[in-house]
Design a binder for this molecule. Sequence first.
Ligand SMILES: Cc1ncc(COP(=O)(O)O)c(C=O)c1O
Length: 330
Amino acid sequence: MESSLAERAKGGPFHMVTPLLESWALSQVAGTTVLLKCENVQPAGSFKVRGIGHFCQEFANRARRAPFCSRTGGNAGIAAAYCARKLGVPATIVLPEGASQRVVRRLQGEGAEVQLSGKVWDEANLRAQELAKRDGWVNVPPFDHPLIWEGHASLVRELKAALGSPPGALVLAVGGGGLLAGVSAGLAEVGWQHVPIVAVETRGAHCFHAAVEAGRLVTLSNITSVAKCLGAKTVAARALECTQEFKVLSAVVEDSEAVKAVQRFLDDERMLVEPACGAALAAVYSGLLGRLQAEGRLGPSLASVVVIVCGGNSISSQELQALKAQLGLG
Ligand SMILES: Cc1ncc(COP(=O)(O)O)c(C=O)c1O
């Protein structure tokens, strides 16, 4: 007999407990122990499967009759398509025009229908919302939902289990702010709310930094960064609230720093990640952590630094070469 949706939802969680690896090369650069939380090895290629998996499971548990459909973009889309396949429900994913063909093929490989709409993520998201409303399907939010944050918080529980005591700092990339909000929730849950979070964006996708500077949400007129997966025009309100409750240090790196970090990380650790993740890695490679220490915003001697290697599917060796050429990095 075929199993019900709720039964299949019980088969989760859809994410894996990821390795926490000490990086000799990054530790050399940072002058302290750097630990890599390897979200790049998640089954859908990024941390997104934590929050989206949790969201989909919750909805599958509630929607006992009708199958649901998810519509979102990029790594979030791949995570949603992956979870939908595991649950045996259809998924339609809306991506901005110009999305990588490899990502489109990956989504189709997961059995999802792909629609291209709008120039940037926000426009694709509007289309997704319209379609979900029209057809009564579930719109899986990529970053702005409490269930997404609850799901991402599992990452911090794993850190607590692996480390026991808190790290000196945590480094992560910010797009729409879901990872930041989820990690903050996790820190509060395990009693580590004092751990500084270095929240990195690339210039041209810096909606969180703009909001922190202005003290209110800011909508960027355009996304100009090559780190397209960080390209939300407005950050989630919860991410901005986190700056009041946690020690969040917002920082912006250049695209060239993020892409150089991707190349160095590939050479150092033999792992290829997309520029969105390069932004977090650039905090170490470009000396940002040292500058924050020199400014007194981070303590002078950090016990260890955890970098969330958020992963990402939008990269291949060819695309990395093209990005380097585009940015004049030779
Ligand atoms: C690889 C990667 N890193 C970081 C982020 C940023 O996550 P958030 O939108 O939750 O801030 C994204 C968002 O899609 C991503 O795909």
